[in-house]
Ligand binder design. Structure first.
Ligand SMILES: *Cc1c(COP(=O)(O)O)cnc(C)c1O
Length: 428
């Protein structure tokens, strides 16, 4: 045994392990989890927390699900991993078939990547290679909106919000792309898409693709925008000869009320990125899907190999649990479940609007966001939520939940109740 007790290994964690976006010299407190089951995280001291985060959009079926456990165990007996170069396996092929069946008909080709960020890198490479193979070598830039989030690798970061994403620190290292303001939509249906057209007019010859999170901007601000904006984006991409990359890593697999958010706008992207909930939160896996047009384009110069191939590409364990997770989702009344969560969030979170510290409450599908007027003290608020028996992780001005789809009404009430209680105390 390395460690005598929990506080012993927590201390080692604090001194030696980086957590997401933390300082090693001034670490934030972390809570030790012993196990997780259904919608509950069990802490080392025996306390149970109702999970409002789905481990960052991923654990849509909850934790320790017998069907997903069985899928991993079954695959483990056969093989946990083999290289994908020159070899193939049924879990990957089955997953590709399922994704192709679920996604819009033109999306017929699948690249299985090992994380969301890598799926975005692959999408960017696809777009650049598409134009390169056709002799349009200047088309290497991307156009995107502010407040976006597309991952932490350098390519993904380069299209994240320049301020949130700390582009200044990485100046000269990050490729520089074109940005317009985040989508704003008013009730009368008008929006600020004009800014996109202006950029396309000026820089069309340099732009390979537009990349955007459809309808919901996740980690870059939990902002929602309208379907008209997406529809107009699709039209502009066609008009100005630019590919459309939709990053559904957060929104995919039902979260916004449809399997994929783009369905609500009735459009089809040229390239689609998926991740997070793909394996029901069990393992790291992501996918980049594209159309025959893009595939043909990449190979137009006769060379045409897509320049990517990670060591753990299409990991069989991850593919098999993804297959089981998709089957579970599609066999469940997921649309009803999301609608029910949405209605309950409307009922129970709207009251937060009355608090003086609250800027806006917004709800879409199984996502509930309370935006405050000022940034919160994350450490203190985190501790308050744990005291209330819930796991909610605020950041900046945002206190938000996206619970597992299987959450029961009483547990969801505990989550929303804790949000109101903690915010009310803060407002007092
Ligand atoms: C989380 C996320 C990513 C990055 O995925 P990782 O698996 O963390 O690399 C990219 N895009 C969006 C929209 C995301 O929400």
């Amino acid at each position: 045994m390395f460690f005598q007790n929990t506080s012993d290994w927590l201390e080692f964690d604090k001194n030696h392990l980086w957590h997401p976006y933390t300082s090693m010299t001034e670490p934030l407190p972390t809570y030790p989890v012993e196990s997780a089951h259904g919608v509950k995280l069990k802490l080392a001291d025996g306390r149970e927390l109702i999970d409002g985060m789905s481990s960052w959009w991923a654990a849509i079926h909850g934790y320790n699900h017998p069907v997903l456990n069985a899928a991993v165990q079954h695959q483990l007996q056969l093989m946990s991993h083999i290289m994908f170069g020159g070899l193939t396996h049924l879990p990957a092929v089955t997953l590709a078939k399922k994704l192709i069946d679920m996604a819009a008909e033109p999306l017929q080709h699948v690249f299985l990547a090992d994380s969301g960020s890598v799926a975005v890198e692959v999408a960017i490479k696809m777009a650049i290679q598409y134009w390169y193979a056709q002799g349009k070598v200047q088309k290497q830039k991307l156009l995107t909106v502010r407040n976006g989030y597309h991952g932490d690798t350098l390519g993904g970061m380069s299209v994240c919000d320049p301020v949130n994403g700390m582009h200044k620190m990485f100046q000269g290292v990050l490729p520089e792309h074109f940005f317009v303001d985040a989508p704003t939509c008013s009730i009368d249906g008008s929006n600020n898409i004009n800014a996109v057209e202006e950029q396309l007019k000026l820089h069309q010859h340099e732009i390979a693709a537009i990349i955007i999170e459809p309808l919901v901007q996740g980690a870059g601000g939990m902002r929602f925008y309208c379907i008209e904006y997406l529809q107009q984006l699709r039209v502009l991409c066609d008009e100005y000869d630019v590919l459309l990359i939709l990053d559904e890593i957060a929104t995919g697999f039902g979260r916004t009320g449809t399997l994929f958010a783009y369905e609500q706008a009735d459009i089809v992207p040229d390239i689609l990125c998926l991740g997070k909930a793909l394996t029901g939160g069990y393992m790291t896996l992501a996918a980049t899907m594209t159309t025959a047009k893009v595939v043909q384009g990449i190979s137009a110069d006769g060379v045409g190999v897509l320049m990517h191939g990670p060591t753990f590409m299409a990991n069989p364990l991850a593919c098999q649990v993804a297959n089981a997770s998709i089957d579970l989702l599609l066999a469940s009344p997921w649309e009803k479940m999301i609608k029910k969560i949405e209605a309950q969030l409307q009922d129970e979170l709207s009251i937060c609007q009355e608090l003086s510290i609250v800027e806006e409450v917004r709800i879409k599908g199984a996502i509930g966001v309370v935006e405050l007027k000022e940034s919160v003290d994350m450490k203190a608020m985190q501790a308050s939520f744990v005291k209330e028996g819930v796991w909610i992780r605020p950041f900046n001005k945002l206190v938000y939940i996206m619970p597992p789809y299987i959450i029961q009404a009483n547990d969801l009430t505990t989550l929303t109740g804790a949000m109101y209680k903690v915010l009310k105390r803060l407002a007092a």
